[in-house]
Design a protein around this ligand. Sequence first.
Ligand code: NAD
Ligand code: ZN
Length: 354
Amino acid sequence: MKFRNFKVVSQVIFGRGCFNQLDEILSQKRKNGFIVFLVDDVFMNHALRHRIPRHSADMLLWVNVTDEPKTGYVDSLVRQVKEYSEKLPDGVIGIGGGSTMDLAKAVSLMLTNPGSATDYQGWDLIQNPAIYHIGIPTLSGTGAEVSRTTVLTGPEKKLGINSDYTVFDQIVLDPELIAGVPTNQRFYTGMDCYIHCVESLQGTYLNTFSQSYGEKAMALCQDVFLRPGPDSDDKLMIASYFGGMSIAYSQVGVCHALSYGLSFVLGLHHGIGNCVAFDYLEEFYPDGVKEFRRMMAKQGVSLPRNLVSGMENHKMEKMIDVALVLEPLWENALGKDWKAVMTRERIRELYLRM
Ligand code: NAD
Ligand code: ZN
């Protein structure tokens, strides 16, 4: 048995208003160069814009996440930074949801590694350490703030750049930053965390490390979505972190595998894609799915339906391909003999319900 020796985020600051300490944190990293701020363009006309501690030489890049991050978009952002200065920046700061944080991770990696982001989709292909990078979530649930991956859609596949260098050097967890998220989006991304917990806790890869984080994250999600209170945003932010820590040492499962296919072919974002898939997975996760429906009713959220019926055959085949590539997810969910259970036909059947 070989154990994974995994890298974690080295520095974490947490608390309402802690975003105000960003300038101080950065002052220790500035070496006569400049900092690149990658910010979700949803904040373009928002007060947060004026709180970014931007010095005169710094670069502010608004990013658009209408589509989930693509390798081509990463390449173009890296080009813009290189055109801005001949020197490399002292830091790359991502401010936004999972998509923006993933873009910041990818840009920090691709500034020091040659070629296109597409070349590094996979496991441990990155050769050189990244630029110092910070993640600042404005939406909680994905666990992107703690993970060793940046999930990217390339021409052929949706697959992360997984490496120890991908992990943020610092994260800034300020619950005030998630206060204005619309209810539906908050639910979809929050359920990403809840589903991480269900899939981790019911998986065959589970160990005490994952279980401890997973159980606490799940309890926090239950508070947030069934018994909301004044500290719900604090709880959701920590749930996301703990849920991410849980899957770092285990794996996700059936829902995530199917959701990747939905994202690739239909362009659904990760959170909503998970919710669409999870609602039909009662046979795999009976308690989780029942509770998910209670949370959805309590939050007054509904899901899009009939997304797959009538889909052209080549698209369905592609969706099945994308889901099947994710072997560790299936193995975690169904055990070593998963291939006997989860055939192409079975996956098609599951997709056709959605
Ligand atoms: P997102 O980043 O895609 O953002 C969803 C929407 O919410 C966008 O329109 C965005 O502009 C908006 N938004 C963000 N913050 C807001 C705020 N404070 N107020 C109002 N609107 C706000 O959503 P997400 O669910 O956080 O992230 C999904 C992405 O994360 C996907 O690209 C997925 O692949 C990736 N992901 C990465 C990991 C990882 O470990 N790296 C894990 C899971 C998911
Ligand atoms: Zn997820």
